[in-house]
Every structure is written in C-alpha cells, then in structure tokens.
Design a binder for this molecule. Structure first.
Ligand code: GLN
Length: 304
C-alpha cells in the first residue's frame, strides 16, 4: 500500500473542501490558531511515518489528553477506577451536565469532561507531582522530551471554565471528588493544554495498537487487557455524541479534542492523526472526520 501517495492525495483533495466547521471560541486562546492549519500523519508499528501538510506543527491536544490520563490512572490504581466512572457512551455533548445529577455524580465515561475530571482527581491522590509525572508519562509514550504545557491556554481555560467548575462542584457534592476543586481543575487544564504534533500524537498512541507495549523499546506500559479496554472505550466514547457515527463511517477507535486533532488506531498496524481546527457541531474536527472516513475507505481498514 502506498500510504504516502494516499495521504498526499487526501491532503490535496481536502485542503480545498468547503469547511463548514468553526474554530472553538469558548476557550479564547484556541481561537487565535489559524483556521486553515491542516495536517495528516500515519505512523505504523514498523516505525514508518507518512505525513502531509502541517503534521509537524504543534497543536493543542485538549481532550486527546484524556486517554493518557485514563492510561496513567489505570496503571496507578487499576480497575477500582470503574467504581467512580462508567464506560457507557453518553449520547450527550462532552461538557453536558444533564446526566450527572440523575446518575448521582458518576460520569458516564472517562472521555467526557466530568469523567476526565474524576480521573484527574484519582491522579492527584496517587501521584506525588501530578503535573510533571503526567507530562513525563506523555513524553515517554512519545519518546520525545520536546512536549510542554501551554500556560496561556491554561489561563484562558481557567478564566472561562464555568461549566467545568460546575461539573467538579456537582461531583464533589456527591462525594465523587476527593481533592480540592481548584486543584482538580488545575491539573485538568494543564493536561488539556499540552501541545504535540500530529506525528507525536500518532507515535504516543502506538501502545494501543501494540497490545500495551511501547514499540520503540518493547517496554510493556499496560496489560493487553487494559489496552483492549481503552480501545473499546475510545470506540464507544472517544467522539462523544458522534461516536456512533465515527464507528459507522471510520470504523476505528479514536479520540478527538477541541483543538481540532483526532487520533485513530488500527490495532496491530498503525495510528493516524489529523489536525484541522474547524469543528463540527459535535465539537469534532470537520475535515479530520472526513479525511479519516476517506482514508479507511481507500485502504479498506477497519476493526469490523
Ligand atoms: N479543555 C476542553 C474543555 O474542558 C476540552 C474539551 C474537548 O477537547 N472536547 O472544555
């Protein structure tokens, strides 16, 4: 399969498509990113990288970080985390508060905001230096030290994060948050502010295509069973209330963020990452979704 040609062709075709999406503006700092950034990267388990466009430029990974957080939390505390967060699709937007009251402060899954906030709470209780240990974990998965938080994005989210604060407060009232509210929000915002390139994101997700083992040094990070479960959770919840559509059209486990990145995995073969900041109504990259759909159609790849 000539992956480079397929990616180049997709890049050229979609670069000029009428993009109906809108850049996330509820975090003012994200609005500053040029809306026509567009990158695609495919990284295979045998260490081949194929890219087009802005695939080596940093983007705000936002909710893609929720997968790293869940992975680290499962490593630290194991399956007891599932007492505090579920694994069902929410069918609601990523920042919806609606279910949380009905379900007594137990978020539907770890990839909506409330779920990720509980995971942050778990990390704070189980790590000595949560921020630096989290960043180092992401660096290790990627095999790169050149990965940092963006303080401006953190400040922007803190200033405008009224709904996230509402989530933590509500969960605290149900006793599903153990640490101080501001401390939990702080780690959450730092996590979301991490900047990585499409290529780095693809590399960092390879463990989920490789049964939990880092391909570059063969170190096992999580068990096969945990890796399978993280992929299952991505498949069902990674694109929020568009996860069904993503399974239907793309056919791979994936995770999106409001910075416009989407990472998807084909177990035993590759990770693919797209970046285009304009989002559809569900908060997922408009072009990224289309490119991934087309890519899996052309390459006939799917987990189904
Ligand atoms: N930091 C964003 C928020 O809390 C993450 C949302 C996302 O990427 N879907 O709203």
């Amino acid at each position: 399969m000539d992956y480079q040609k397929i990616i180049d062709d997709l890049y050229l075709t979609y670069k000029n498509v009428d993009d109906k999406g809108k850049v996330a503006s509820y975090i003012p700092e994200l609005k500053k990113v040029s809306s026509n950034k567009f990158g695609i990267n495919l990284f295979t388990l045998n260490n081949q990288s194929y890219g087009a466009g802005n695939y080596q430029e940093k983007l705000s990974i936002q909710s893609i970080s929720k997968v790293f957080a869940l992975t680290l939390a499962l490593k630290k505390v194991g399956k007891k985390i599932w007492k505090r967060v579920g694994v069902e699709p929410s069918g609601d937007p990523f920042n919806s508060l609606v279910q949380l009251e009905f379900e007594k402060g137990i978020p539907r899954n770890p990839f909506i905001n409330s779920g990720a906030l509980v995971v942050c709470d778990v990390l704070i209780s189980s790590l000595k230096n949560p921020k630096s240990e989290f960043l180092n974990f992401v660096r290790k998965l990627t095999n790169s030290k050149d990965i940092y938080f963006n303080e401006k994005v953190v400040a922007s989210e803190k200033k405008h994060g009224f709904v996230n604060a509402a989530h933590v407060n509500l969960m605290k009232s149900f006793k599903n948050i153990k640490n101080e509210i501001d401390v939990v929000l702080d780690l959450y915002y730092y996590m979301c502010s991490i900047e990585m390139t499409c290529e780095e994101l693809s590399k960092s997700f390879l463990i989920f295509a490789n049964d939990g083992v880092l391909p570059y040094n063969k170190e096992r990070i999580i068990s096969l069973s945990v890796s399978k479960r993280i992929n299952a959770t991505m498949q069902l919840c990674g694109l929020y209330d568009e996860a069904g559509h993503f399974a239907f059209k793309v056919g791979l486990p994936g995770k999106s963020g409001v910075g416009g990145g989407i990472v998807a995995i084909l177990p035993d073969l590759y990770c693919i990452t797209t970046w285009s900041p304009k989002l559809n109504k569900k908060g997922n990259s408009y072009l990224g979704f289309k490119v991934l759909e087309e890519f899996t159609t052309i390459t006939q790849s799917s987990i189904f």
